[in-house]
Ligand binder design. Sequence first.
Ligand SMILES: [Fe+2]
Length: 234
Amino acid sequence: MANLAGYRRPSPGTQPGYLHPPYVSSIKRSPSKPLVHLSQTLSEITGPSFGTTSVDVKAFDLTRQHESEPLGERIIVSGRVLDEDGRPVPHTLIEIWQANAAGRYLHKLDQHNAPLDPNFTGCGHTLTDSNGNYRFVTIRPGAYPWRNHYNAWRPAHIHFSLFGPAFATRLVTQMYFPGDPLLTLDPIFNCTADESARNRLISQFDLETTQPAQALGYRFDVILSGRLATPWEK
Ligand SMILES: [Fe+2]
C-alpha cells in the first residue's frame, strides 16, 4: 500500500491522559502497559462522508422536539469546525446530548433526584455548512452530582460527537460554560494537563449570537486534529 499522509498527532499534554487518579474510573480503565503505535490506515483517513443532506429543525433545535417548550434558559450554541491547518470542515456530522435544566438525563441509569422534563429529550444533531459553521438551539443544562468523590458535581456541559472528514478525526468531547465555579474542581475537565488546551473546552459568551428577548449565545469552535486539537473526553 502507498504511503498515506495521515493526520498529525497532538502535542504532549494537550489531550487527557488515560490515567488520571482523581477521576476514579480512569484507574481501572487505563492501560497498564505501554501503547503500541499503529499507523493510520486508508479506511481511517478517507471517510466517512455525510454529504449535504438537510437536517430537520427538530434535530438542531432541542426546544422544538415536543408539544411545548422545555423549562430552562434558552441558549444558542454555534461555532466553526476546523482542521489541523485552520481550514473549515464542511458538511460534517455533529451530535450533541445533555442533561435538562435540572441536571437530569433522560436515561434509565440516571436516577438523580431531580425532575425529568416531558418537553426535553436532550439529544440532537446537525451538519456543518460549506464554511464549517454549525448552530444548535437548546437550554442550558444543569450541574449534576456524581459519585467520584465527596460532594462531587459535574460542571454544566454539553456532550459533543464530531466525525470530521475521517474516522481518524472523530472527536468526542464536552463543552463547558465560562465562569462555572465547578470547573476547577472537576477531575474530567482537569484530565488535560495543558491549561490552554483545557480551556479550549470552555465556550465563550457571544453577544452577536445572542437573540434579543429570546436566547443567550455561546460560541464553541472545535479543532479536530493536530497541535491545537480540542481535547477528547476521556
Ligand atoms: Fe454528562
